[in-house]
Design a protein around this ligand. Structure first.
Ligand code: APR
Length: 333
């Protein structure tokens, strides 16, 4: 059974995410790294009677390298969270430097690991990982993921509410594509299952779309200065990690949303490029997972005129975010 590593494990997301992984029975080793407080989190979690053996590391004395040794899956919520008034892009400068250094350590210590990026802005941090991995000659698009599951989790919840049956949220499916920030998040509500009522007004669709795109702001506001989504993000991050672990274990046909480099798909993203009418390097879409990572990126399928307009609004911002991330590494080279 595999070893999972959490980088940023003592944080608001890192702690509940580590708890969910420890409780999962899907791993035998859980290794935690943070620049502060790792020992306390390790002592606490290690008392839970599940198979995963928990170890923890701090920066000195090769802590990061020791944490990463033999990793199969590395989940990364390290960084600073968004405060009121900050957009995800405001976080860029601080978190870009943090993830660049973590990426270098992964590239040299555990280059074959599946890397699951939570640190925001995901639209840009995933390209940072890719560029660092490229520099080290270890980039494999099939094993690098931006975690966008929370957008889908929110879509399930909000669509179920609009349908008047909040309890049905786990059974609702809504593809959410694009990126992981504001207008780059594009819910394909016309493909919701169960479908939205045929007479759903355009105003209602816009309201629902906006709530899915900016759901994170509700949490930032309600936390009143204390940070951004942590518990729902940890839940979503764990859901995605479980799917990756199950795929690694040989389970077939697992589909999950994820933000990936489109070369992860055998056709190089050609189908999505055609659907979008232009090439884009990274995109979030439902992907099929296998033991080597991404096996297939699912096409968008039939979209409405309203959704097409949302995609057109998303792409320039997404492309800007991607360039910003890539250039953070390539311009410094
Ligand atoms: N290496 C490891 N851990 C780090 C590093 C680093 N270089 N720098 C910071 N951290 C740790 C912090 O010590 C902290 O424990 O990352 C953790 C972040 O936790 P919080 O500050 O509570 O932030 P959180 O709400 O968990 O969000 C973390 O995930 O969704 C994103 O936007 C969010 O980018 C933010 C990140």
């Amino acid at each position: 059974m595999p070893k999972a590593v959490v980088l940023g494990a003592a944080g608001g997301i890192g702690q509940p995410l580590s708890l969910l992984l420890k409780a999962s029975h899907l791993i035998t080793e859980l290794s935690l790294f943070d620049i502060v407080n790792t020992p306390g989190v390790v002592a606490d979690l290690s008392h839970i009677a599940t198979p995963a053996q928990v170890t923890g590391y701090l920066p000195p004395n090769d802590g990061l390298v020791n944490a990463l040794k033999g990793a199969d899956v590395v989940v990364i919520p390290a960084g600073v969270p968004r405060k009121p008034g900050m957009t995800r892009d405001d976080l860029f400068r601080i978190n870009a430097g943090i993830v660049r250094d973590l990426a270098k350590a992964i590239a040299t210590t555990s280059p074959k690991a599946f890397v699951l990026v939570i640190s925001n802005p995901v639209n840009s941090t995933v390209p940072i990982f890719a560029e660092v991995f490229r520099e080290h000659g270890v980039f494999d698009a099939r094993r690098l993921f931006g975690v966008t599951t929370l957008d889908v989790v929110r879509a399930q919840t909000f669509v179920a509410e609009v349908q008047g049956d909040g309890r049905n949220a786990p059974n609702v499916t809504v593809p959410v594509v694009g990126g992981h920030s504001g207008v780059t998040i594009v819910p394909l509500l016309s493909q919701s299952q169960p479908p939205l009522a045929a007479n759903t007004s355009e105003e209602k669709l816009k309201e629902l779309t906006h709530r899915i795109q900016f759901g994170g702001d509700e949490v930032v506001k309600a936390k009143d200065g204390a940070g951004s989504a942590t518990l729902s993000m940890a839940y979503a991050g764990a859901e995605f990690a479980f799917k990756v672990l199950r795929a690694l274990g040989g389970e077939k046909g697992i589909i999950s949303p994820s933000y990936v480099h489109l070369s992860a798909d055998a056709n190089g993203g050609g189908v999505i490029h055609k659907e979008l009418g232009r090439p884009v390097e990274y995109f979030s879409a439902p992907v099929e997972l296998g033991p080597n990572g991404v096996e297939r990126i699912l096409p968008l399928g039939k979209v409405t005129a309203y959704e097409k307009a949302l995609l057109e609004a998303a792409l320039p911002e997404l492309e800007g975010n991607i360039t910003k991330g890539s250039e953070f590494i390539t311009a410094a080279a």
